[in-house]
Design a protein around this ligand. Structure first.
Ligand SMILES: Nc1ncnc2c1ncn2[C@@H]1O[C@H](COP(=O)(O)OP(=O)(O)OP(=O)(O)O)[C@@H](O)[C@H]1O
Ligand SMILES: [Mg+2]
Length: 364
């Protein structure tokens, strides 16, 4: 799904333009008739409420969405994970009102997804952006500033702020986008989402093509957005990042929600800590030592051998206590490495039961 010229989708008809199966939004116009149609400030409203979403693309015999229901609270950062072709981007399209589900409903702050008032407060980082490559970054954001109907007097300041917040060097602000690298375009893509100061942001693979600094930047931006009261839905294959920023995560599989995990409940933040020690210095005390330390720290022993042990720990605090106790008891710890996180574990378990992507990459 393409986001056309980004996220500020204010179509004169109030409807997205469909071309074939893809959404192509080429010309977006601010609407004046929507002035009185504002989204309610009522904090008890759910930011997103989707119910029974089903969607099969024309010409396809496999459903991209097979009945998805989802609620996201205001201020929440909600993650979407799942294999390629699972339906994450399609779901985002339906939540944005860019794709029409075959059945089911979407309410954003209590209003229909495709209402103009909703579009005005919604930011979107599309999976595949369609930039106007002849524009400079500054022009591109100025254009989006207009689409977002922001006050023109604030334009230069807000455009500069957005470019600064994605750490695009000033030296490229006036360069045409056709000269931009992929990562630079992705940073601009994120800046474009920020420009209208949306209340709800939908980020489809926001770290795609970004260098490690960019990945950290996205993490910090999402956290800041939350501090500022925004709600966000983040679809990403970077599970460690999802784990760091999200409050809850839905695992999407074959167009359905296979499970929803609350990342603050403790259950998902557990991880394995692999600890290595030299065998020679333990003099046969290993079994009792491991059991005692596990008992004291409340970590559980997953497996241990003569020179290493794998412990399940709830958090970093428990991990450091475990290492300290081992050392105190004379285990000369050489190395302690966190193994794959629970979300990764969940991904592997949920995915292993069948092939990747229904009608997706294995569908020949
Ligand atoms: N424009 C389209 N026309 C036909 N089928 C489509 C179209 N876009 C997606 N699909 C199909 O819908 C299903 C869900 O695709 P979607 O892009 O939503 O997956 P995704 O979870 O976002 O995958 P990825 O992680 O690869 O981005 C897949 O089977 C895909 O082949
Ligand atoms: Mg996708």
């Amino acid at each position: 799904m393409r986001g056309g010229e980004g996220n500020r989708i204010l179509l004169a008809s109030g409807k997205p333009v469909f071309k074939g199966h893809e959404i192509v939004i080429k010309h977006c116009f601010p609407i004046t008739t929507m002035l009185n149609d504002n989204v309610d400030d009522n904090s008890s409203l759910l930011a997103v409420e989707a119910s029974g979403l089903k969607k099969t693309y024309p010409g396809s015999d496999v459903a991209a969405l097979s009945g998805i229901s989802l609620s996201v609270r205001q201020g929440e950062i909600f993650g979407l994970i799942g294999p390629n072709g699972a339906g994450k981007t399609t779901l985002i399209g339906c939540l944005l009102g860019l794709l029409r589900p075959d059945s089911g409903t979407v309410k954003i702050f209590g209003k229909p997804a495709d209402s103009l008032a909703v579009r005005q407060i919604t930011g979107y980082v599309p999976e595949r952006s369609d930039f106007e490559y002849w524009m400079t970054a500054r022009q591109f954001l100025q254009y989006h500033h207009g689409l977002a109907r922001r006050d023109k007097r604030d334009r230069e300041r807000e455009v500069a702020e957005a470019l600064e917040s994605v750490e695009l060097s000033k030296t490229v602000w006036n360069r045409r986008l056709k000269t931009y690298s992929r990562g630079m375009l992705q940073r601009l893509n994120i800046a474009q989402m920020l420009i209208g100061k949306p209340r709800l942001a939908l980020l489809d693979e926001p770290t795609l093509g970004l260098d490690p600094t960019g990945v950290t930047l996205v993490r910090n931006l999402v956290k800041k957005m939350q501090d500022d009261g925004m709600t966000a839905i983040v679809n990403s294959h970077q599970l460690d990042e999802v784990e760091r920023v999200c409050d809850r995560v839905a695992f999407i599989k074959q167009g359905k929600i296979a499970s929803v995990q609350d990342l603050h409940s403790g259950a998902v933040s557990d991880y394995f800590l692999l600890v290595r020690w030299p065998e020679s210095q333990l003099n046969g005390r290993l079994t009792s030592l491991v059991a005692e330390v596990a008992e004291e720290t409340k970590a559980s022993v997953d497996e241990y051998h003569h020179d290493w042990g794998r412990f399940s720990v709830r958090d970093n605090k428990m991990a450091s206590l475990l290492i300290r106790k081992l050392i105190e008891r004379g285990v000369p710890v050489e190395e302690a490495v966190p193994e794959r996180a629970k979300l990764e574990e969940l991904f592997a378990n949920e995915s292993s039961s069948d092939q990747t992507g229904h009608g997706g990459i294995h569908d020949e």
